[in-house]
Design a protein around this ligand. Structure first.
Ligand code: CA
Length: 391
């Protein structure tokens, strides 16, 4: 009996009641605010996907005033492409430098074979986005699956995700097209890349010796469309959310040189198995000697069995003071189901999972923790929301 009482007490201690919170709109009519990052001075910098030329905006939360910094570069503004992920340099307060991943037409020519994405650095100067320096160019694009989430790593490198570029053909003779591009070490699609902030490629990247050119930036392969990237404080682990096809969205821990399986394996499917997914009309043969050592199944899949698919977008680790009981929790938002998930982690396992928002605001695109500890969330309805505790 004593043991049962102890277990119950421990159980209650772990499962704290969800704190009461409310959600307020802080801005609206912003198109698709794709990426949110707070600057050291408290301004919330955000991108807007559907633009014809490059730009970034800053929201002053005290006044509600929005300042837009525009640049010169033309943007491939179509479908899921456009101005997407961004990151501020750690020395932003001093150097006004930021990084943006965006879609463009190669040589400015609109054609089936010319869809591309790139990561560039810019300097904010005199109200403009200036001094573009292209850091990682000619990543393959399509109207969908353009990746483009950008984060600064604790190793002072830049990490950028890239989708499988949908039905885009291969741009290297003899290499795969379609989804299989994600498996090629010659193609810049279906990968997570790691580069130095000046665009050079670290020589300790996992495929540096066996690849050439920009492919040396490959950190991991076999991705479909990773839209979430965040480094976990303390552990330094890189976590990622990724869209599955009609089923099996993924939560992954991104480890150097690993193969995440797409399009040969799906979700948590173990190596050496065959999986037929009726909803997608696809059979995944997760086999082959090359996968035996390198394949990394998802940590968690969403939409296995009868679960509805959720379409995860970005993730963060909660670091603020407004919700002390959530410190260190993994939070991520979803598009299709408009959810905000909160995950309590124990090591690399999920101890508890809770849905805090469930489709009340439409598709949720990105989230960030403000200096006030509130959670700021952007929606595809053009809103930025704040989630704050009821005191
Ligand atoms: Ca996978």
């Amino acid at each position: 009996m004593r043991w049962i009482a102890l277990l119950l007490l421990t159980g209650f201690a772990l499962a704290q009641p969800t704190p009461s919170f409310r959600i307020e709109e802080v801005a609206r009519n912003l198109g698709v605010p794709w990426s949110l990052k707070f600057a050291p001075d408290g301004r919330l910098f955000f991108t807007q996907r559907d633009r014809a030329t490059i730009g970034v905006s800053a929201l002053d939360l005290r006044t509600g005033r929005i300042t837009t910094y525009e640049g010169e570069a033309a943007v491939r503004d179509e479908g899921e492409g456009g101005v997407m992920g961004h990151e501020l340099d750690p020395a932003f307060a001093r150097n006004n430098k930021l990084y943006i991943c965006y879609s463009y037409w190669k040589d400015g020519v609109q054609s089936e074979n010319n869809r591309r994405n790139r990561l560039s650095s810019f300097i904010l100067s005199a109200g403009r986005l200036t001094q573009e320096k292209v850091l990682l160019d000619e990543m393959l694009g399509w109207w969908n699956h353009n990746g483009c989430r950008v984060v600064w790593g604790p190793d002072n490198k830049l990490y950028v995700s890239m989708g499988d570029a949908g039905d885009a053909p291969s741009n290297v003779p003899g290499e795969f097209g379609f989804a299989a591009k994600a498996q090629s070490l010659k193609l810049l699609a279906g990968k997570i890349f790691r580069i130095n902030p000046d665009g050079s490629i670290p020589t300790d990247n996992p495929f540096y010796a066996q690849t050439s050119g920009a492919a040396r930036a490959i950190w991991t392969l076999g991705h479909r469309n990773p839209q979430g990237l965040a480094f976990q404080p303390v552990t330094g682990l890189l976590w990622s959310t990724e869209h599955g096809p009609n089923t099996r969205d993924e939560l992954n821990i991104i480890r150097k040189g690993r193969n995440y399986g797409w399009p040969r394996c799906a979700g948590t499917q173990p190596f050496g198995t065959t999986l037929t997914v009726a909803a997608d009309n696809i059979t995944f043969n997760c086999t082959g000697g090359d996968l035996r050592e390198s394949y990394q199944p998802a940590l968690r899949e969403y939409a296995g069995g009868n679960e509805p698919t959720i379409a995860p977008s970005n993730l963060i680790f909660y670091s603020g003071n407004a919700f002390p009981q959530w410190k260190g929790n993994l939070l991520f938002v979803t598009l299709k189901t408009g959810r905000l998930y909160r995950l309590e982690l124990q090591g690399e396992q999920i101890a508890r999972e809770e849905i805090l928002i469930n489709n009340q605001y439409g598709r949720l695109r990105d989230l960030a923790v403000g200096p006030d500890g509130f959670i700021y969330i952007s929606t595809d309805n053009g809103q930025i929301l704040s989630l704050k505790p009821n005191l």
